[in-house]
Design a protein around this ligand. Structure first.
Ligand code: MEV
Length: 311
């Protein structure tokens, strides 16, 4: 039996603008993991893989999955990458603590966990760059124009400064900082959100390019603030990014309430993270304020709040 894991992720600054070539920064979320387990079976047709993902009530045989089935595609990509012809029948089980469609990278984390388990099962583990590239192929199913930031931060498991199409840059965190990750209880439909922004961008390109430029500048400044250990400055940048995400019409009334509640309770800054229209808000906090701000987030509409230390 081979087991492997991959973390969720949060985007600290720059989502959506990153699809249009601006920089964004993201960090892994090790508190929430996807896990894949591969077991060799003694019976069954050669090359068959039975897939079970009970969290999403999914059960299928690889040979019967459609070409756009994300789990089937991950396995086919893994098999092609290893140049495997026939192999003994296998069972793959996938579990994940990362809520689906929540802006926390569940799709990419599941892909990376499966690929890791698959490579290790055949004693040929995939390096991080290949894990990321293969998971990117699957991301294209989730929405047509992914920037690649999710698969990158999840495969490398390090803070990344990401610009679409450029080699990945990891960066150093001078002083660890704390985030509360608060779920609005409503799914974040990535394809819908990215599509809505694209339609508006087509109607008013100049205005939207201006917003993306500003988001890119915030991501650059955010990297510098993190590298210098200037955590309060990062909070200010997150609030300014939230204003842009408001202008992109991605903030629901619940997420807006949660933002105000977190700020009123002493968060250094807060913003939605990921595609928006639902999903999670991240609040930058001092650890000693964690309980108070978590309670305020729940009173403001959050269904679940997780504390994470970014280091
Ligand atoms: C999704 O986690 C982040 C978006 O910027 C989409 C993407 O980068 O592909 C909304």
């Amino acid at each position: 039996m081979t087991r492997a894991r991959a973390p969720g992720k949060v985007i600290l600054l720059g989502e959506h603008a990153v699809v249009y070539g601006r920089p964004a920064i993201a960090v892994p979320l090790p508190e929430l993991l996807a896990e894949a387990e591969i077991e060799a079976l003694t019976r069954g047709p050669s090359g068959e893989i039975w897939i079970d993902a009970p969290d999403i009530r999914y059960s299928a045989r690889l040979s019967e999955t459609a070409s756009d089935d994300p789990l089937g595609l991950v396995l086919r990509l893994g098999r092609r990458e290893l140049g495997l012809g026939a192999h003994p029948p296998l069972h793959l089980s996938v579990t994940s603590a990362i809520p689906v469609a929540s802006g926390l990278g569940s799709g990419a984390a599941v892909s990376v966990a499966i690929l890791r388990a698959f490579g290790e099962h055949f004693a040929r583990p995939f390096p991080a760059d290949r894990l990321s590239e293969l998971a990117f192929e699957v991301e294209k199913i989730h929405h047509g124009t992914p920037s690649g930031i999710d698969n990158t931060v999840i495969a490398y498991e390090q803070p990344v400064y990401f610009v679409r199409g450029r080699p990945i840059e990891v960066f150093r965190i001078r002083a660890p900082f704390h985030l509360l990750v608060a779920d609005s209880g409503r799914p974040s439909p990535t394809a819908e959100a990215v599509g809505a922004v694209r339609r508006e961008w087509q109607l008013r390109p100049q205005h939207y390019e201006g917003l993306f430029d500003e988001a890119g500048r915030l991501a650059e400044a955010g990297r510098r603030a993190i590298e210098a250990g200037e955590i309060e400055a990062l909070g200010t940048l997150m609030d300014r990014n939230q204003t842009i995400l408001e202008a992109l019409a991605l903030v629901t009334p619940t997420l807006r309430n949660m933002h105000s509640a977190a700020r009123a309770a002493g968060a250094l800054g807060a913003k939605i993270s990921g595609a928006g229209l639902g999903g999670n808000l991240i609040a930058l906090i001092r650890p000693e304020d964690s309980d108070r701000i978590a309670q305020a987030l729940v009173a403001g509409g959050a269904r679940r709040v997780i504390l994470t230390e970014v280091r």
